[in-house]
Design a binder for this molecule. Sequence first.
Ligand SMILES: Nc1ncnc2c1ncn2[C@@H]1O[C@H](COP(=O)(O)OP(=O)(O)OP(=O)(O)O)[C@@H](O)[C@H]1O
Length: 925
Amino acid sequence: MSRRDERRKKIEDAFAEFRQAIAGALGAASRQHARIAVERAEDMFELMVRKVGIDNALEDPALARTLHNPVLGDRLVRTLRDRVEAFEPWTRNGPSGLERLVAESAPGPAGDPWESWLGQPGTGDGSTVPELWRIGTAVVGSAPQQQPFPVAVPLLDSAHLHVSSTSDSRMLADALVESLLLRVLSYFQPGMVHVHVWDVGQLTGSLPGLYPLTRGGLLTVHDPARLHELLDELSEHIRRVHTEMLVDGQVSLRAVSGPAGRRTVPWRIAVLFGNRAALKEEHQQKLQRVARNGLACGVQLVIVDVPVTVNSPIETVQFADDQTATCTMTGKHATVTMDPALPRTMVPRACATIAEALEARRSRLGSFADLLPAELWTESSAAGVHTPAGYYDGEPVQVQLGDASPHALIGGPSGSGKTNFLYAMLGGLAARYAPDELELYLLDFKEGVSFAQFAPGRKDPSWLPHARLVGVNVNTDREFGLALLRFLADEMRRRADAAKLHEVTKLEELRAEDPDTPWPRIVAVIDEFQYLFAERDQVTSQATALLEDVARRGRSQGIHLVLASQDVSSIEAFWTKPAIFEQFVLRIALPKARRVLVDVHNDAAVTLPRWHAVINHESGVRQGNHLARIPDATKRGTFDELQVELWRRRPAELPSPRLFDGSLVPKPADLVDFQELRPQSHTPTALLGQVIDVAGSAAKVRMERAPGRNIAVIGSLVADAAGLLGGAMLSLGRQHEPDGAAFTLAYLVEDAYPWVDAVAKSLRGDGHQVEVVDLDGLRPVLRRSADELTARLASSSLDTPALPHYLALYGVDAAHSALEHKDPETRRSGLDELRTVLRHGPENRTHVLGWWRGVQRLKASLPMGSTDDIGPWVAFDVQGADLNALNSGLNTAWSPRPRRGLFFDRFQHARPQVIIPFDLGQETP
Ligand SMILES: Nc1ncnc2c1ncn2[C@@H]1O[C@H](COP(=O)(O)OP(=O)(O)OP(=O)(O)O)[C@@H](O)[C@H]1O
């Protein structure tokens, strides 16, 4: 073989080898390709099956052949196995777990089949609210086993409900809403849920089965053209809840009622049926506002076929044409089948039963006893006090005194029931708050004894443990109102000081910072308060200033005023004092009350039926009106029984309330100040009667060794003067040991003798030396005293202690003519001697306590009419102008009134004060 052939063969072999190699390579590649192609097809198959879901794939006719391709068998098995694995926890626990959960979260009518509850009125009082409400059952279509599980949705405080349907499934949507409403209505006590229905298409027709509820006011059907009215009504309700209930920073009604509290404001469920067309923009906005704020205020929306977007929790149920539904609660993979609709004939019957039960409840509820809590004295007054005072539609209507409504104004003509209202309110409060949480100061200017019940009485020894002061018959003693206001202002300052010390500003904070000190809220009631402002005088101007102070600053110190009046003009006068009036946020108008509410725009009181009241926590504007029927709280077996029960529970150490009865005149021994007098070495104090103050203190004059420490009583009536002089002498007697002082009693008018005699006997009974003289005997007494004093003055023995000597002269002016007579030897008259005693006596412990029957008569006894020697005086039936002659510049506007004296001690007082002289037991002549 030529070298050339040889080379060619090599080349050909090489090519053959190459081709073989190529062929081999190509063959391998195509095999590889075929394998990859099969694998890819299997992957694609698996992907597709997983994507459409194995359950769908199995049912898809287009896939039927592919699924039976043996090549893909493995993948199918793997997918099926994976699905079983993936669903395993769900299959094991899901449906049964949900069953359990729904049973727990949707108890009773919220979740049970209708057979067990439909037709029976509910009993829930709102203290517990089911978290879920059952609507049907669902299955997860993609699950290996189609185990059904219950489906329930959140409602009421938790979420609104949005239902959308197609025209074929709308009936199901209606049935769903009806079932849910009946579940809710049958869960709670009748009256706790009010339903509003609006249907864009029809005035009647939607939810016809619920119509019997309209009878009890539980269902309101709204005009299709007036959606705005319904939405405004709901907004107004939300606003009210915010202003009246969520006043102390709570965020929702649920938070206000607390974990165990009964709901006092009924839920409002508004059902809106649309036609899938969008609402007008204006309605959209209103609806969104209601949706946003409603849940916290017990307003629930159920929106059917109204396209909305709302920015608040909302549950959606979407019906498909095939009558199944999906809902947000279960997600789109679960297919929900609604529970069957409630039996058509039973729904109206069930609703009628609910309405009847409500009516029965309304007629049953509403007595005084219903105002009281199940347990007495359990509430804290830290943030304020509240109580129902009446009923509207069988639901309690609350009154509140707290930061938001600090003070109350009550108005109504005579006989309209103001006193009864006060009893209802005070009963409710006293039953809720223990006496260390709430103190009451009760003052009635009316003649009569409407508050006397609260204090211990002769027949009924019980008293209201919260009452610290009860004032009755104070009609002319306006000073007593002043004293109460002054006491409140002082207490307010004391609280403000304590708050400052703890670096807080409000009572609530002070209580938290200082838990060991009782800081009760104080409610001060003044019935017929207009008497306080009855005259143009100092009492009125002081009362106005004090009232303004307490009204403005009492709010933060837990001091609340409740003022009642039947008098329109007094309330009108109040309007002219806006600084005061504006603080009276709580207004209570009884039938025909005028000017208590905002007059022009709020005439609700005019048409108010008997025994009703408008309770308004918004300064009387119309939107704030709450009508309430007030139970009889004054008949036997109401407040009186409660008081006995509370009295039995009172803490042992609690003192009875101080009773101020304007018709009573105290005996010396009635006053604590008198009881506490003991013999002592320091300056004695004469008690002249009772000051008009909250503590019931005595009017006191310290009998110092100083010029002017005599006491003058001016007036025409012996009873007044004798009560005063006698009380003073008896009180002085208690401060000296027997024989530690000399007492002279001179009756210079006959009428005074019985009093003088009684006082003398009493003093002698205590072991004192008492000299009793008549007109004739006075002169020697004066002479002796004057001589003694002159001698002491001359002998510079001024500092050696003299025996105290008290001369009570009854009717000094009656002795004038006798005293004017001059002694032929000494050329001194009795008057001269009297003047000597008045001038020099006090420094030597000789004090004159004299009664003159007029200012001029008194001045006639004094040298040149100078009143220097008379420090303290008490005037009875003397006009203010005459008194100015005693102390120029005093400018006293004093209108005399029976058994009251005006007391002034220029060394002690800035202005005179009214006192009640003692009753010394003598018949008034
Ligand atoms: N809610 C009520 N239910 C039944 N009776 C009532 C009710 N309210 C008041 N009464 C009765 O009406 C009468 C007058 O009531 P009350 O004394 O409370 O009125 P008032 O406005 O305080 O009148 P006044 O100012 O003249 O004292 C009383 O006999 C009382 O028992």
